[in-house]
Ligand binder design. Structure first.
Ligand SMILES: [Zn+2]
Length: 161
């Protein structure tokens, strides 16, 4: 169990079983001010400590390595689980999608089925950025984009309430 708190200027860390935690997840320690994280060997939990200026942001973000999904909890209490493979295929960067026509350039057949994030970080307050295991890292997954993607086939979305 690793706990990281950035409430104070000095990051506070508790390392218990650090060896079992991937650098992927440890790198998520590099959180923007205002976030707090809880780490276990297979999951990362981030939650906002400053809710006010993040109305449309997920209230909870988990990278579930074992299950191969990114799990977001939205302010509406809706929980969406995005398979890594789908996220990689839906990469919104200019080399994967023609920004003028919206046409997909990336051939999903070239994406390994077992693709997973080699690294992940928050980009400001509005997006997640992944470095994928195939080396690709230019996509910026905004909350808006992920919100739209929640209704995509293959994304499991349930209501908590
Ligand atoms: Zn891309």
């Amino acid at each position: 169990m690793i706990e990281v708190s950035r409430k104070d200027a000095k990051a506070q860390r508790t390392f218990d079983n650090a060896a079992s935690v991937d650098s992927v997840f440890q790198n998520l320690c590099l959180l923007r001010f205002g976030f707090q994280a809880t780490f276990t060997s297979t999951t990362v939990v981030l939650f906002h400590t400053h809710e006010a200026d993040m109305a449309d942001s997920p209230t909870n973000i988990r990278v579930l390595k074992e299950e191969g999904v990114l799990e977001l909890t939205w302010p509406s209490n809706q929980v969406s689980r995005y398979p890594f493979y789908l996220l990689r295929c839906e990469c919104p960067c200019a080399s994967c999608i023609n920004e003028f026509t919206g046409e997909r350039i990336l051939d999903p057949a070239t994406v390994p089925r077992d693709i997973k994030p080699a690294d992940a970080e928050l980009s400001g307050n509005y997006a997640l950025k992944f470095k994928w295991s195939d080396g690709h890292m230019t996509g910026l997954y905004s909350w808006d984009m992920l919100d739209r993607l929640a209704s995509h086939e293959g994304v499991e979305t349930v209501n908590l309430t």
